[in-house]
Structure formats: structure tokens, C-alpha cells
Design a protein around this ligand. Structure first.
Ligand SMILES: [Ca+2]
Ligand SMILES: [Ca+2]
Ligand SMILES: [Ca+2]
Length: 422
């Protein structure tokens, strides 16, 4: 088919397949209501033209580009129920100008495809100074296929964010991510900025957030602006950018990364794994509930450790069985000099007196335990506001015995404390 399709050129309800390298530019109303299947080249609906479809039941892009440069091609944020599927090599774009399209989608299926911000809007939302979004995602983002998918802003365009959530329900967008790499490697990487949806009538933004489900790994790499809840129930969410405006609830699965989070609540069954390998994570107030896990990595060869910088209080469960601390040595089990300090949490607020379990044992403040060739003292208020592992003088035969006796002593002290109900 030639470019410059208008009404009369395509219509009906059958499947329309775009193949080959050329571009179809749809500049007039088509009334087409069938299946649009892009398997090569580009289909574009330029902004400022009369290009339109009827209600499209299915759009699938595979090894091609669907360019929704025209604003509200599927209706506005209130009305759009349009879904789209982006398979491997399939890319969704939104024009190239500074008056680019902003479009709303309901459910987005990414089977190795890419949702790409290519244009930015200079249209103001209300009087607040914010700009219209590049896209709004109203429903569920499902990630599958056999290669990773992405949501990108490759030119780092300003005023080019993606709204998440439904403006009319204040919902979280669900990201259901399969483990397509069959490894912890990323299955969905989001480098575009995610932000709140707006109220109807373009008033103040509403607090929308996201929910991560599915066994795969989702990476958030941008400095995101949304302020609704981030909740994780399965798989892995890696925050390497910022979600500082959002509270995070880890109800299952793992939150990791070297980024900036807001308040973090790790609930029973949830895991917090700062850094990718050895790294530093920043959080707001941090709460680790009973049967939650802090996965700490240290390296005795380089004397380095993961670190959580907590702006606020550190709350460790002390009523229902304590949080778990697992420690993995990425080094070669080097024996550390006495008093080597591996600080793994800094907090600006107050520690509530709750304790970690290490290997099943509840470790009181300044209690000791052995890890490989080292014996560590666990200090929950080192220097007043840090949690640290501090190596105890060399664990030779005599001192190991001392440690063993010390452990018995600690257990006795703990029993006495428990008996007194303190
Ligand atoms: Ca994976
Ligand atoms: Ca780590
Ligand atoms: Ca202490």
C-alpha cells in the first residue's frame, strides 16, 4: 500500500498487516475497526491531522514501529480503553516534536517490545506548570516473550513522563513481569520517568503508584516522580534510580538496587537486598517486620559491605519473631583484623530496640556470632546511629572457645531477659 492512507483506503473489520520497510502515514479518518498488525516499517498517525481509526480491538507491533504522534488517538485519559501488544522488535513511539502526542492505553503487553518516549509535550496541564504526559498507562503491563522488554526515553527529553494509574480510580498500575531471561537479569527495564496521573479536568495530580507481580525482574532506572504506593509481592524490583516520593511495601519477592526509595516496609516473606552485589541504597524510615529478610552482602577480601542509608527511624520487629539477617561473603573468607567495622545501616532517627536473627539465633545488641573465619559483634547503635558488624579479635582456637562461652552467656542473658519480660 502507498503512504498517506485516508478514509476509503482502509476500512472494515479484518486484519490489516503492514510489512516491508516503508511508512504508512494515516492523515484522515479511516473508520478502521479491525486488527492492525505491524510486522515491518512504520505506521504513523501525525499530530495535527485528521488521521483516526475506529475502535481498534487489537494492535500488535512486531519488528516495526507504531507512532502515535496524534494526541488522544484513542480518546482521552477518561475514555481510552485501547490495548497494545509490542512483540520483539516492536516499538511504540509518540512523534518527534515538542508538540508530540499524548495517548492513554489500558493494557500493554510487552513480549520483548519497547514503549519509547520520542516526543515531548509543551501543552500545560492546568495552571500548575506541569506538562502533558507522553503516555498514560491505565491498566496492566504484562511482560512476557523470550527477550527482555523496555520502557524508555532514549533522548532524555524533558517534560516527557509517563503517567501511571487511572486518573479516575487512583489505582496502582500492575506490572506483571515473567522471568523471560531465566535468570535474575532484568526482564523489564524502565528508563522513562513515571509520575502521577492527573485528576479529571487537569487539576492537581493524584497519588498513583505501581504494583510489581510475577517472578521476573523489573528495573526502575529513572528519577521517578509518582507518589502513590509501590508494592512488591513477587519477583524482584531493582530501584537504581529514585522512587523517593513513594512508600514501598515489600510483601513478597525482593527489592534491591542502588537507588533512592521513600519509606520502606518489608513485611513477612519480603526481602530487602541493598545494592546489586555490593552497593548502597537510600531509604526513608525503614521497617523490617517479623520473618522479613535483609539480604546483606559483604566482601571480606576488600573489607566492603552493602549499606542502607536510612533517613528516619529503624524499626525491627520485636514482638513476633524478629527479622532475619542473611550475610553472604562475596570475598574469599578473609580473616579480618580486629575491630574491622562493616557498617551496613546508617539511620538518622531512632532504633526501636528490635533485633535480627542470624542463622536462627536472635542476636542481641553487641552479641557475637561466627561467619566463616570471622567472629562478628553485631552493634545496633554503633556510634549512636549505625548498625555494624565489628570483627572480634582473631578467632583462633582459644578465642573461638571464648566466643562459644560468650554465646552461652548471651543465651543465658537473653533467657533471663525473656523471663523478666523485657
Ligand atoms: Ca529475569
Ligand atoms: Ca547487595
Ligand atoms: Ca550497641
Amino acid at each position: 500500500m502507498a503512504s498517506g492512507l485516508t478514509s476509503g483506503t482502509i476500512n472494515g473489520t479484518s486484519t490489516l498487516t503492514k510489512s516491508g520497510e516503508g511508512t504508512w502515514s494515516i492523515t484522515g479518518p479511516t473508520g478502521f475497526t479491525g486488527t492492525l498488525d505491524i510486522v515491518g516499517g512504520t505506521v504513523t498517525v501525525p499530530n495535527g491531522t485528521g488521521g483516526s481509526f475506529g475502535a481498534l480491538p487489537t494492535i500488535t507491533v512486531t519488528n516495526g514501529v507504531f507512532d502515535v504522534a496524534k494526541t488522544d488517538l484513542f480518546g482521552n485519559a477518561a475514555g481510552s480503553t485501547q490495548d497494545i501488544t509490542l512483540n520483539g522488535g516492536g516499538v511504540l513511539t509518540n512523534g518527534t516534536s515538542t508538540f508530540a502526542g499524548f495517548n492513554s492505553f489500558k493494557n500493554i503487553t510487552l513480549n520483548g517490545g519497547e514503549m519509547r518516549v520520542t516526543g515531548t509535550s509543551n501543552v500545560l496541564v492546568g495552571a500548575g506548570g506541569a506538562r502533558f504526559q507522553a503516555y498514560e498507562i491505565k491498566g496492566v503491563v504484562s511482560v512476557g516473550g523470550t527477550v527482555p522488554s523496555s520502557i524508555t526515553n532514549p533522548n532524555d527529553l524533558p517534560n516527557a513522563a509517563i503517567n501511571i494509574g487511572d486518573s479516575f480510580d487512583a489505582a496502582q498500575v500492575i506490572f506483571d513481569v515473567a522471568n523471560v531471561t531465566a535468570s535474575p537479569a532484568a526482564d523489564l527495564t524502565v528508563t522513562a520517568t513515571l509520575r502521577n496521573s492527573e485528576l479529571p479536568g487537569f487539576g492537581a495530580p493524584i497519588n498513583t503508584g505501581l504494583q510489581k507481580i510475577g517472578p521476573g525482574t523489573m528495573v526502575l532506572a529513572a528519577t521517578n516522580a509518582y507518589t502513590g504506593l509501590t508494592s512488591v509481592s513477587e519477583g524482584r524490583l531493582v530501584v537504581n534510580g529514585s522512587i523517593a516520593g513513594s512508600a514501598t511495601s515489600v510483601d513478597g519477592g525482593t527489592v534491591s538496587g542502588s537507588g533512592i526509595l521513600g519509606a520502606v516496609n518489608v513485611n513477612s516473606g519480603g526481602k530487602l537486598a541493598p545494592g546489586e552485589a555490593i552497593g548502597t541504597m537510600a531509604t526513608g524510615p525503614l521497617t523490617l517486620a517479623a520473618a522479613s529478610t535483609l539480604e546483606l552482602e559483604i566482601n571480606t577480601s576488600t573489607r566492603t559491605t552493602d549499606l542502607i542509608i536510612t533517613d528516619g527511624d529503624l524499626v525491627l520487629d520485636k514482638d513476633f519473631g524478629s527479622a532475619l539477617l542473611t550475610i553472604t561473603d562475596l570475598g574469599s573468607n578473609a580473616v579480618l583484623a580486629a575491630n574491622t567495622t562493616l557498617t551496613f545501616i546508617n539511620y538518622t532517627g531512632t532504633w526501636n530496640g528490635g533485633l535480627f536473627r542470624v542463622g536462627g539465633a536472635l542476636i542481641p545488641d553487641d552479641g557475637t556470632f561466627q561467619l566463616g573465619g570471622n567472629v562478628f559483634r553485631l552493634d545496633y547503635n554503633a556510634g549512636g546511629n549505625s548498625v555494624a558488624l565489628i570483627s572480634v579479635p582473631e578467632p583462633n582456637a582459644i578465642s573461638i572457645m571464648t566466643v562459644a562461652l560468650g554465646c552461652v552467656g548471651l543465651r543465658r542473658r537473653y533467657r533471663r531477659a525473656a523471663a523478666k519480660g523485657t
